[in-house]
Design a protein around this ligand. Structure first.
Ligand code: ASP
Length: 325
């Protein structure tokens, strides 16, 4: 009996030693809740490269679990083992999903550990290359002449492009046919091919397409023009007469609720190191994104910021009267 106890104690000790392996000791998966090749995917892949070193050379796998405006991938992480090996990288959808998609199977505020904010990204209003308009004024004329026939792509109900498109239709008081995709990567292919007419999308996806003249650009959603060389001549939508039109997308990193505090601390430290990596900053700036340098890189501030964004957008979405159940 005694011998049995001694052996099981030894076994427990060995298991204990294994459980205490320094984190990370196996590949980390970052779930991107939108299609591969799109703006959220782009941020995640760039970030993963800069996270690798501060995480001791860890392998980081990107898992594109796309669909339903990011709620499928977010739910996957909310329900994953809280061990630091499954993380979520999502955007403003974390704040707009609870209002735009009322029946999500998880709670944004209580089912995740907040690991820090990554960047702020402007959006652009873009159109198919064959669209008979070359600036916002001509676009407004085209929209008036084509009411009832306009297709507007987005990344699903609850996504950033959905929110931006909604605000745009509201500002113009024109209804367009919304075409949802699993992300704006597939939507972009259809826009370039002329299957859809218009789309709002992050500059992390549109900059090279605008530069390469594959799509037409009609405005940027920030209050001021951007300094990115490829976008600096693009007027703001406010300048073009859409009073108060302002949407900036942000991305954050999350872990399932209950992830050990020391693992969260390691991930936050690695994130902060990645946000200071000149390579990451350069790549993001070239795409019109601004890497976070303020206190929102702290988990508590990240959480406060998301709560403030939920409070900011929920009345706007309610007033727009658009929900999906
Ligand atoms: N641009 C998408 C959105 O509108 C996200 C994505 O496709 O990565 O939310």
């Amino acid at each position: 009996m005694k011998r049995w106890i001694a052996l099981s104690a030894l076994a427990a000790l060995m298991v204990g030693a294994h459980a205490a392996d320094p984190y990370p000791s196996k590949p980390i998966t970052i779930v991107v809740p939108f299609a591969a090749g799109g703006p959220t995917d782009r941020v995640a892949r760039d970030l993963a490269e800069s996270l690798r070193k501060p995480l001791g050379g860890a392998t980081i796998i990107i898992d594109n679990s796309a669909g339903a405006g990011s709620s499928i991938g977010s739910n996957k992480v909310a329900k994953a083992a809280p061990d630091g090996y499954t993380l979520l990288l999502n955007h403003i959808g974390m704040a707009t999903m609870p209002s735009l998609l009322r029946n999500i199977p998880f709670k944004v505020e209580s089912d995740f550990e907040y690991l820090g904010l990554i960047n702020d990204v402007p959006m652009t209003l873009i159109g198919k290359p064959a669209l008979a308009a070359n600036n916002y004024k001509e676009l407004a004329t085209w929209i008036n002449a084509n009411k009832g026939k306009i297709n507007l792509g987005n990344a699903g109900i609850g996504s950033a492009s959905h929110l931006c498109g909604l605000l745009f239709q509201n500002a113009l008081q024109v209804d367009m046919t919304t075409v949802p995709y699993k992300g704006t990567a597939p939507a972009m292919s259809d826009l370039i091919g002329g299957q859809i007419d218009l789309m709002c999308d992050q500059t992390t996806n549109t900059t090279s397409q605008i530069e390469g003249k594959k799509v037409k650009a009609f405005g940027v959603t920030t209050a001021k023009r951007l300094s990115t060389p490829a976008l600096k001549d693009l007027p703001t939508l406010q300048e073009s007469g859409l009073k108060g039109f302002e949407v900036t997308i942000w991305h954050g990193l999350y872990a399932p609720k209950g992830t050990p505090a020391d693992v969260q601390a390691k991930l936050n430290a690695a994130l902060k190191a990645a946000l200071k990596d000149p390579e990451f900053i350069k790549k993001q700036e070239g795409l019109g994104a601004v890497v976070v340098t303020d206190k929102r890189m702290e988990p508590a501030e990240h959480k406060k910021f998301v709560a403030a964004e939920i409070a900011k957008w929920s009345p706007v979405i309610k007033a727009a009267g658009v929900y999906a159940d």
